[in-house]
Design a protein around this ligand. Structure first.
Ligand code: IMP
Ligand code: MG
Length: 178
């Protein structure tokens, strides 16, 4: 068993709930009368996608995509582990992700999704770390902006641990560059 020490809670369960509702009402306004498909990026976006979906007042479908990043010399490229199942051609897609850090993951996912010729693609994340960006990627809906720290909870993990925390918190002694 690992002993995850959360040194600081950045966003409480209540604050997250409130922010997700705000994002959901904005999306519901922006996408009225559209054929919306939310695509959650496994596994980090599971908690967020579920809450966001339940708070949308517009009809929509949900799907998932799963990728894993290569380590070492191929760093920066992604392997597609599980593709979407719904035919998104001509539909309005929102990619739902836990966090955008360097932006490399989202950039690759956008390429995969764009190739399926959706009508439009936007990106919605719980957390953004703008100081860490290496590639330019447009994020349309952002829950919270944070500095260069490693966060866990609400789907976010440290080596697969800590996803289930209902809050978003900073881990003690973790270098965000790892
Ligand atoms: P990228 O650097 O934007 O490509 O982010 C890659 C992935 O790193 C994200 O999808 C997360 O799974 C993970 N990640 C980056 N920062 C954090 C963090 O602070 N906590 C947990 N996961 C993170
Ligand atoms: Mg992760």
């Amino acid at each position: 068993m690992v002993d995850l020490k959360v040194s600081k809670i950045l966003f409480t369960e209540d604050e997250i709930r409130k922010r997700v509702k705000e994002l959901a009402s904005r999306i519901s306004e922006d996408y009225a009368d559209k054929e919306v498909v939310l695509i959650g990026v496994l596994k980090g976006a599971v908690y967020f996608l579920s809450d966001l979906s339940k708070n949308l007042s517009i009809p929509h479908m949900i799907d998932f995509i799963s990728v894993s990043s290569y380590k070492g010399s191929q760093r920066g490229t992604l392997r597609l582990l599980m593709d979407t199942r719904i035919d998104i051609k001509g539909k309005d897609v929102i990619i739902v992700e836990d966090i955008v850090d360097t932006g490399l993951t989202l950039k690759e996912i956008l390429k995969i999704v764009q190739a399926k010729e959706p009508k439009s693609v936007k990106v919605c994340v719980v957390v953004s770390k703008p100081n860490r960006r290496k590639v330019d990627v447009r994020v349309d809906y952002v829950g919270f902006t944070i500095p260069d720290v490693w966060v866990v909870g609400y789907g976010l993990d440290y080596d697969e641990w800590g996803r289930h925390f209902p809050f978003i918190g900073v881990l003690e002694n973790v270098d965000s560059k790892t």
